[in-house]
Design a protein around this ligand. Structure first.
Ligand code: DC
Length: 220
C-alpha cells in the first residue's frame, strides 16, 4: 500500500509558509507538521536546562527525553503549554542556533516522519523536501523579499501588542537566513523539483490557491 501523500513547503523565516501550509492542510483535510516548532521546543528546553546552544552532544541527549505533544493548535513541552512561549524572537534565534547540529536534527527525524498519516500531510520547514520527505508529491519553496518578511513580522507583533522595531526585525531575520542557509547539515535550499512561490505581492488566499492548484496538477 502506498504511503500518505506529502506536500512539503520550505522557505525562510517569516515567509508566510506556516500560515499557507496550515490553510492548505485545512482545505484538504490533511494533517499539518510545523517542523520549526520542534526546533523551537528544543531551544526552549535547552534554555530551561541551561544547556549552551553550542553543546551539540548534550543537546542530542536532551531531544529524545523531551515529552512533546500537539493538541489542536496548542503545543505542550513536558506537560506545560508552551504555545506562546516558543513564538518569541529570541526563541526563534535560539532555534536557528540549535538547528545547526546534526545531533539535534537526527534526533528529530523519526518524530517528523510520524506525522505522515492518511489522508495526507502538509509539512513546513527548511528541509521537508530535501531530507525529511524527499518523495513528497509536491515540493514548494515559498519565499518573499527580506523587506516584505520583516514588515509582515512587524505587523504580526504590533497586532499582538508586542512592541518591535522594523530595523531590528530585518537584522534578526537576515541573521537567521544566513545561518539557516549556510549550515553544513540540511541547509535551507530550493530542493530539486521544487516550485518557487514568490509571495511578496501575493495575498494569503492567492498563495493558498496556487499551492492547491499545483497539488491538483500533481495528482492528476
Ligand atoms: O520556521 P521557524 O521560524 O519556526 O523555525 C525556527 C528555526 O528552526 C529556523 O530558524 C531554523 C530551524 N528549522 C530548521 O532548521 N529546520 C526545519 N525544518 C524547521 C526549522
Amino acid at each position: 500500500m502506498s504511503l500518505p501523500p506529502v506536500i512539503a513547503i520550505d522557505g525562510p523565516t517569516a515567509s508566510g509558509k506556516g500560515t499557507v501550509a496550515s490553510l492548505v492542510a485545512q482545505k484538504l483535510g490533511f494533517h499539518y507538521l510545523d517542523s520549526g516548532a520542534l526546533y523551537r521546543l528544543v531551544a526552549l528546553a535547552s534554555e530551561q536546562e541551561g544547556i549552551d546552544t553550542q553543546n551539540a552532544s548534550e543537546l542530542g541527549i536532551l531531544v529524545p527525553k523531551l515529552m512533546i505533544s500537539f493538541k489542536n493548535s496548542q503545543i505542550f513541552l513536558n506537560g506545560a503549554d508552551v504555545t506562546e512561549a516558543i513564538r518569541t524572537e529570541s526563541i526563534g534565534l535560539r532555534a536557528s542556533a540549535v538547528a545547526v547540529h546534526p545531533e539535534v536534527r537526527l534526533a528529530l527525524v523519526d518524530l517528523q516522519r510520524s506525522f505522515r498519516q492518511f489522508p495526507g500531510l502538509v509539512a513546513d520547514g527548511r528541509d521537508m523536501a530535501s531530507i525529511i520527505f524527499p518523495d513528497a508529491i509536491l515540493k514548494v519553496f515559498l519565499t518573499a523579499t527580506a523587506a516584505a518578511r520583516a514588515e509582515r513580522r512587524y505587523k504580526q507583533l504590533i497586532a499582538k501588542g508586542i512592541s518591535a522595531k522594523l530595523e531590528d526585525l530585518l537584522q534578526d531575520l537576515q541573521a537567521r537566513d544566513a545561518r539557516d542557509s549556510n549550515r553544513g547539515t540540511a541547509p535551507l535550499v530550493i530542493a530539486e523539483g521544487a516550485k518557487v512561490l514568490e509571495t511578496s505581492d501575493l495575498s494569503i488566499d492567492q498563495a493558498v490557491k496556487t499551492v492547491l492548484d499545483w497539488y491538483q496538477s500533481a495528482i492528476a
